[in-house]
Structure formats: structure tokens, C-alpha cells
Ligand binder design. Sequence first.
Ligand SMILES: Nc1ncnc2c1ncn2[C@@H]1O[C@H](COP(=O)(O)OP(=O)(O)OP(=O)(O)O)[C@@H](O)[C@H]1O
Length: 563
Amino acid sequence: MEELKPRFANSCPLTPLGFLERAATVYGDCISVVYDDLSYTWSQTHTRCLRVASCIESCLGVKKGQVVSVVAPNVPAMYELNFAVPMAGVVLNNINTRLNAVTISVMLRHSESKLVFVDQLSVRLVLDAVSLFPKNTPTPLLVLIADNITGENLTVEDREHFVCCYEDLVEKGDDKTFKWVRPISEWDPIVLNYTSGTTSSPKGVVHSHRSVFVVTLDSLIDWGVPKQPVYLWTLPMFHANGWGYTWGIAAVGGTNICLRRFDGEIIFNLIRRHRVTHMCAAPIVLNMLSNSPNAEPLPNPVHVMTGGAPPPAAVLLRTESLGFVISHGYGMTEMLGVVVSCAWKREWNRLPATEQARLKSRQGVRTAAMMEVDVVDPNSGVSVKRDGLTMGEIVLKGSSIMLGYLKNSAATAKCIRADGWFYTGDMAVMHPDGYLEIKDRSKDVIISGGENVSSVEVESALYSHPAVDEAAVVACPDEYWGETPFAFVTLKKGMRVRPTEKEILEYCREKLAHFMVPKVVVFRDKLPKTSTGKIQKFTLKEIVKTMGYSSSSSSYGVGRARM
Ligand SMILES: Nc1ncnc2c1ncn2[C@@H]1O[C@H](COP(=O)(O)OP(=O)(O)OP(=O)(O)O)[C@@H](O)[C@H]1O
């Protein structure tokens, strides 16, 4: 068989971009995108993307391999640009609209972005970001994504910064003779996404056409997405391309329900109006839905993929009781989408709901296309015992792993190691049934008297308290124990009786081993979050420090007695 070698016919480069062309053929007359009263068919979406792609080089002068950024929420142009930008042979860089001008300026310079598509409501933000470029540094061209729905009018001076509007490109682009640019190699970069900055400054993650192709199809299979779902865009497309579902929904000819912003009421209304079948949502959004005053049982089941942070069992339970069918996946910007998921076993349906929620809060097993996943001792690289107790670091091997961090070979080498594994920085245990469960990020593990305290476990206990809205637990320096758990809690709105710190601590004592019980609980109106909605534990750790707090000292900045 030695003469049987790969040839062009069986090894042409993998890319997710072809999903769009196919959707236009198969689902041409079906609705692709809905936004307020506007809708397009797949045939129209295909044409619009080709037209925009055709202008990126010819009118706007961006060359193959250069970077084009988008600063926009989940509006139709944002969806289209996930195809149109790489169809022009350039690298797509979606930027979070919730970042500040300084961070965006750093990202635009770091990526050497040549062109930025700017949503109408992000105009000031991007103009401020560009104004921070050092003198004599080339600035990117700007294209305005105008949107009447915003009701916001731009000044003439602001408009002058833009070379044109997005719809001008759709109008003058060429969908007849333009051929979208296929990658020469499937390893060619397709996207540059910055990480959330939960543990350190955001890093620029570069993915190839190949990794995106694999993770997109893998995510559809893993979640069991059928043909033509109605998909509600609650997950920002600027967050790792919506975990790959920007391209995935085209692969299955679904309908993308776009929305600029949301709250519980908007989500429940859109679910009813469009008969939504699928959506992705971080645990924080599930919490918001289940605590929403509009929460009522759904008319039809809505499948939700949750991930991005550990979903507390109590939150899963509350959300499922409304009719949401939750799947739980784990991933990171470095893998783009879900690579480990809590694959559900039919026999678990017979268990009580609380037990089902507990099992579902585990991150689970590798998806079908991921090659290997393990939990290892980070120093020796040896697998930890499958006892559900011994903590180690999650490591992975597979095609969905990024090419590396842009201009940061040291950080790349730190996680993609010579032993052939990708080190995630997430600490987990492996259960006897082969399902892993995250206990912490390595930077957040609390070591108290030599025992590892999982902040995730303590938070999970706090979330099960009926008055607790959000909870975060961080390490507090302690002269005797080394570190002790310190809890920050927000309470649900409209509670008639607010629990005291003592009551919360007693509640924790009933649920947790003694050494895991927080020494202090501080009530806050809200917790600091990253631009992707994750609780910023490093900020909370700073707060503990600035409170002058050491749980062994007698002088507490917050004036509390030690429990
Ligand atoms: N299902 C999940 N359960 C627990 N944690 C999760 C889950 N999914 C994702 N995460 C957490 O989110 C991380 C990935 O987040 P993301 O790529 O958005 O950036 P970040 O890691 O938060 O930011 P930075 O790398 O800049 O600190 C994972 O490493 C993990 O800690």
C-alpha cells in the first residue's frame, strides 16, 4: 500500500468557509438571519458575504494574511463578517465591545490591524482607541456598521473618520465574478481572538482553517444539533467566534436570531416569538434567566450549551426546571469551542433532579474529535488517580488546539509543551467513571494548612443558598494556615429578609468540610467582571489585600471578628 499517498483530491485544505456556499444551495430560500424586523435567506447571506469579501482587497486594499478587526455586537453584519473577512483571504479579529479604549488600542496595534468594521454604538470607543496610537504610527481604515435601530445619530466629524458604510460594500461588491479565497494550506491562519484576560493580560490566540473546521463540526455533533435549528445569539460572536457556531449554524442551515443586547425579558420574548430551539449561554446568563422576574415555563424545550465558567449545580437545577435542556461543555479561546463535555448517559435520567444537576456540573469527557484528555500532576506529567479527589492539571491533544499566541512564543511554549500536551492551567479531579471535574484555575486554588480548597466547590455551596445571587471565593493570606477561603457574595434583589454573614457561614458549615468553610463573607452590590462576564478573582484578591486583611491578624480592615 506504500504507493497510496495523499493527493490533492483527498487532501485539499479543510476550511469552514465552504459551509456558506453549501447552505445557499441547500437552504437558499430558508431564513438565515433575523434581526428585529429584518431577515435574510441563506442565498442572500451568501451573496452579501461575497460582495463584502470582494471589496476587502479591491476597494480597501487589505492584502492576504493581514488582519481585519470587527468591533460589533451580535448584529447581522457581525455574523456575515465571520465569513466575509476570511473569504477575502485575510485574518478575522473580533474585538469585545465591552473593552475600554486603551485595551482596544493595544489590540489594534498588536495585531497590526489594517481595517476595522465598527458598530454605530462603538464609534466613540474605536475613535478614542485609534487616537491613542503613537504619532506617525499607521492607523487602520474604518468602516461604519450603521444601524437605525440604535436611534443614535453620528456627528458629521465622527462620520469623516470612516471610509464608507458596511452597506456600501454590500451594494458595490461583486458576487458574480469574485471567487472567495481558499486557504493554500489548511494550517493558514483564519482568526485571531484575544483571551478574556481573567488571569493576566489578554493573549492573541491564532487558529488555523483546519482547527476551526474540526472544532465547528465536532461541536455540532457533540451537542447533537439537528438540521435547521433556530439559534438565539445570546453568546457574543466576539467571544471565540461564538464557540464556532457562527460557522456551525451555516453547516446545518439554521436560523440565526441576532440581537444587540439582552436581559431575561428579551430572551424569554424572543424564544416565544421565533420558537427558538438552541442557544449558548455562560452560567452567569443561566443565573440571570432563572432569577428573572419574567421566568416562566417555556412553551417548547430550548437546548442550551453552557460553559466558559463552572456552572453551579443549583443554577443548572433552577434553569432546567423552567424547561431549558442544558448541556455542559468546557473549552477555552485556545481551542475556540467545546472540547470536553458532560456526555449524558440515558440511565442518569432516572436519578433525582438534584443528583442529575450534580453530575451535569462536571465538565466530563473529551469530545469525539479531540484525541486525548488527561488530568496530570503538573510537575511530573503523571496521570492523577481516578479517585475524584486528587487534583491535577487538565492537558489535551487534538486538532482544535490553536497554532499559538501571536508574537508571544514564550507563552506559547509554556502551554504547548515538548511532551506533546497542551497545558490548560485548569485544575481538576478525575472521577472513577472517567469524567473530569474542574476544581479551580491553577492561579485560584486556595491552599489552607496544606489542604487544597477548591473555590469552585465553596462557590457551589454558596450558590445553593436561596438568597445568594452570585458568589466568588478567593484566598486570604493567613499567618497560621497559609491561606483561608474568603467569600464575596451578592444577594438576590427583593429579598425581604437578608441573611447575615453568620447565617451564611452556618449554612456553609452544613454543606462543606470544616477547612473549606470561608472565614469571612463580605456582601457586595455587584462583583467585578471581565468583559466576557467572568468574575475577576484577581481584582477580588487585590480587594482582600487592600482591606489589610489577614485572617490571623487581630486588626481587620473590615472590622470583623474571626470565625
Ligand atoms: N465548563 C467550564 N467549567 C469551568 N470552567 C470553564 C468552563 N469552560 C471554560 N472555563 C474556564 O474558562 C477558561 C477559558 O476562558 P477564556 O478563553 O475566555 O479566557 P480566560 O482564560 O478566561 O482569560 P485569560 O486566559 O486571559 O486569563 C478555561 O481555561 C476555564 O478556566
